[in-house]
Design a binder for this molecule. Structure first.
Ligand code: UDP
Length: 323
């Protein structure tokens, strides 16, 4: 199968590309490198530099690639940033997404797989969260992804475009070759591991007064390879709809820091800071739908395995990717 991957130079995209290639697919990566890294693109893939300011660029790129499926990872994905710069989120995650959908329609693409997020739900009424919970995002990032979910449904209804939208919980971990490197790192696990690498004196805990047992936010961490595998399953004909991807286990920020201490064998000082605007207290997935309907089998569900793989990658690449 010929697969067109937007954002294939980013953290999640690069590892999905690696897994797709390992599964024997042909991959075209389309990425503007605003967040991604050229050296995160598996050399077996073809790389096309995206020009997101030109709406026709993506149409030309999709038409020349003639893909069977599009995997759409390219997006801005930081809750905190979306609270200070919402326009960036709506313009890129919604506006550029529509350009891509138009390109898909014009090129007769059969399948569209979209990276959505548990941030579309907002604070849930109950956990584990199932796909039928009301979606009431509390930050523009979640709102932009929810808007695109709705647009996707219209393209399905009007043009018959088959789609799978994955609502990711917290992607983490690495493969041997590819891992998490953001130019400005805001995510918990890489920031905590930077302390263990000696690059920072301490990590920060954003909020210690949440209504959770230890006062810090609870999240559901999912190994990036398990996440990638779900995308491969989603490409099978007939698969359609919205799926949570998480393990169903919630870990607080303090528990994650403790696990990083255990895995690295180092003491990791943590400094309490105010809450980060836009953060719900507790997000834990119910992923039965993906397990049953896509035959998804998470294999690296233990937080220890997730942190161990991240630590291995960060030790081998202490400064991340070279570019
Ligand atoms: N967090 C933190 N310190 C950090 C980075 C993140 O306390 O240096 C918290 C953050 O407020 C959230 C959780 O850790 O409650 C996970 O944040 P992350 O940015 O990794 O992922 P998100 O849940 O925002 O997608």
């Amino acid at each position: 199968m010929n697969v067109f991957v937007t954002g294939g130079a980013g953290y999640i995209g690069s590892i999905c590309v690696e897994e797709l290639l390992n599964a024997g697919q042909t991959v075209i990566v389309y990425d503007d490198l605003s967040e991604g890294h050229r050296s995160a693109v598996d050399p077996r893939a073809r790389f096309v530099t995206a020009q997101p300011r030109d709406p026709d660029d993506v149409i030309r790129a999709v038409q020349s690639a003639k893909p069977d499926a599009i995997l759409h990872f390219a997006a801005n994905a930081l809750v905190g940033e979306s609270m200070t710069n919402p326009g960036k989120y709506f313009r890129n995650n919604v506006g550029n997404g529509v350009n891509l959908l138009e390109a898909a329609r014009l090129a007769g693409v059969r399948k569209f797989v979209f990276s959505s997020t548990c941030a579309t739900y907002g604070p849930p009424d109950h956990v584990p969260m199932t796909e039928d919970l009301p979606q009431r995002p509390i930050n523009p990032y979640g709102e932009s992804k929810l808007m695109f979910e709705k647009i996707l449904q219209w393209y399905h209804q009007i043009f018959g475009l088959e789609f799978v939208a994955f609502r990711y919980f917290n992607a983490a971990g690495a493969t041997e070759r590819f891992g998490e490197h953001h130019r400005v790192e805001t995510h918990l696990i890489p920031n905590v591991l930077k302390v263990a690498l000696g690059q920072k004196p301490h990590c920060e805990i954003f909020g210690t007064d949440y209504p959770t047992p230890d006062g810090t936010c609870i999240r559901d961490y999912i190994h990036i390879v398990d996440l990638a595998q779900a995308h491969i399953l989603a490409m099978a004909p007939g698969k359609q709809g919205f799926y949570n991807l998480g393990n169903g286990d919630g870990y607080s920020v303090r528990e994650v820091i403790r696990m990083c201490e255990q895995v690295t064998g180092q003491n990791i000082p943590a400094v309490p800071k105010p809450r980060r605007p836009g953060d719900p207290p507790k997000l834990v997935a119910g992923a039965q739908r993906a397990i049953q309907e896509l035959a998804w089998k998470p294999r690296l569900a233990k937080l220890e395995d997730i942190v161990t793989s991240a630590w291995r990658w960060h030790q081998a690449h202490p400064n991340g990717y070279p570019d």
